[in-house]
Design a binder for this molecule. Sequence first.
Ligand SMILES: [Zn+2]
Length: 72
Amino acid sequence: MPYYDLKCSKCNYEFNKKAAMADRSENKIKCPECGSNELEAVFKNINIIQSRKNSPPACPNMDKCGSCCEIR
Ligand SMILES: [Zn+2]
């Protein structure tokens, strides 16, 4: 079963709950603080998934080798 990071829309209480997808889609998960099932998903760690698309370091011998040693 997946874990959900959820935040209550009513009292803003954030919590983590292990629940079946059906429970989530059918709003069966309830806020442990106030019992509301008006929950929104909280996506954390989203910055960690950032792609590493840094351009490769320029070849220090570019003028000599004509970028033949560029890492591909
Ligand atoms: Zn709540």
